[in-house]
Design a protein around this ligand. Structure first.
Ligand code: SF4
Length: 339
């Protein structure tokens, strides 16, 4: 399996990994960034890190990684990441059967092409790569899985120890690498929750990378004096410890970004805010209790596969018109009104 795409893509690959593990050992080619997500995953025998933009850059790194992959003796490669470079890697590794999507750049080097079903969730699309005959088998409902270890759980617990015992927080994930995916209302939501029925005594924890610290600071500053506390966890936890933290939260409010998929794996009730992207692209929440909040009728949506840095139409209505009461209503729904 080659999965050197974004972090969320790796999470969504786990149903396929579980499927493949029933047939034999599964080796995964991953990036330095997404490899930690597979730590302790029972479906994975080996993680081979391919630092394609760093230490393994260029032909030398490609050959080196291909040699390491060849040594694993795989008979079939599934190309979840569809670049020509990934396909070349598996070809150079001498893997006789190479399977990927029929619209991927690497398809000339595949021995079998699977139709890319734009109508499916991406986790189901990836699951279809494991079809032995490439048949158009209807995919089952799938949900990703992650397996935080004891150290991850301890890191999450240590951080939550700052809260009153038993006070399960609501997690907020206000960041995203893509500017237009960031809902600008998180601070207003935190302020409203401080006085809202059912939420005023519930602490908040802000999750994300180190670059999201200013967003966490704005959320903290928005809380009136005497409010339930806000924990800033941005940049403080490894990926699987963040997953462990989410498992301890009442719910998550998130943009269309990695925390959404971590919460799907940990079954954390999820409110997902979509602006320039739409769930129909295949990346909606899969947590058992989830709600999507999105603009009901904006013809410019979706305007990009990921979300541009700034709104090309300059009005940014897709996110700017999502209201705090809408989000609070969704939060109430996913927690059945009982935080
Ligand atoms: S063009 Fe439309 S969908 Fe894209 S960022 Fe602007 S408001 Fe959002």
């Amino acid at each position: 399996m080659v999965q050197t795409s974004f972090l969320g893509d790796m999470v969504l690959t786990t149903p396929l990994l579980a499927r493949l593990a029933r047939e034999g050992p599964v080796h995964v080619v991953a990036t330095p960034a997404n490899a930690p997500l597979l730590e302790g995953h029972p479906a994975v025998a080996t993680v081979l890190v391919y630092d394609k933009r760093g230490a393994d850059r260029g032909w030398g790194g490609l050959w080196r990684t291909a040699r390491a992959l060849r040594a694993l003796g795989a008979s079939r490669a599934l190309l979840a990441q569809g670049s020509l470079r990934s396909a070349a890697l598996t070809r150079l590794a001498g893997i006789p059967e190479r399977v990927g999507f029929d619209r991927s750049a690497g398809r000339p080097l595949y021995t079998r092409r699977i139709g890319y079903r734009a109508d499916l969730h991406h986790a189901q699309r990836l699951w279809q790569l494991g079809d032995p005959l490439g048949a158009d088998v209807p995919p089952p409902a799938v949900r990703p899985t992650l397996h935080p270890g004891v150290a991850h759980a301890a890191a999450a617990d240590a951080l939550l120890a700052a809260l009153s015992p038993g006070a399960a927080p609501v997690a907020l994930a206000p960041g995203s690498a893509w500017g237009t995916k960031r809902w600008p209302g998180f601070a207003a939501l935190a302020s409203a929750m401080a006085t809202a029925d059912g939420w005023r005594h519930v602490p908040l924890v802000v999750i994300g990378g180190g670059a999201d610290a200013p967003l966490a600071a704005a959320i903290t500053a928005a809380r009136p004096p005497g409010s339930a506390p806000v924990l800033d966890a941005t940049g403080r936890l490894p990926l699987l410890a963040t997953a462990a933290l989410l498992a301890r939260c009442t719910a998550l409010v998130t943009n269309d970004s990695l925390p959404l998929h971590l919460a799907s794996a940990m079954e954390t009730p999820t409110v997902a805010l979509f602006g320039p992207t739409v769930p129909a692209l295949g990346f909606g929440p899969l947590a058992p209790a989830s709600r999507v909040v999105e603009h009901p009728n904006l013809p410019c949506r979706p305007c990009h596969a990921h979300g541009p840095a700034t709104c090309p139409l300059r009005h940014f209505r897709c996110m700017g018109e999502l209201s705090v009461p809408q989000v609070l209503g969704a939060l109430h729904a996913v927690t059945r009104g009982a935080p």
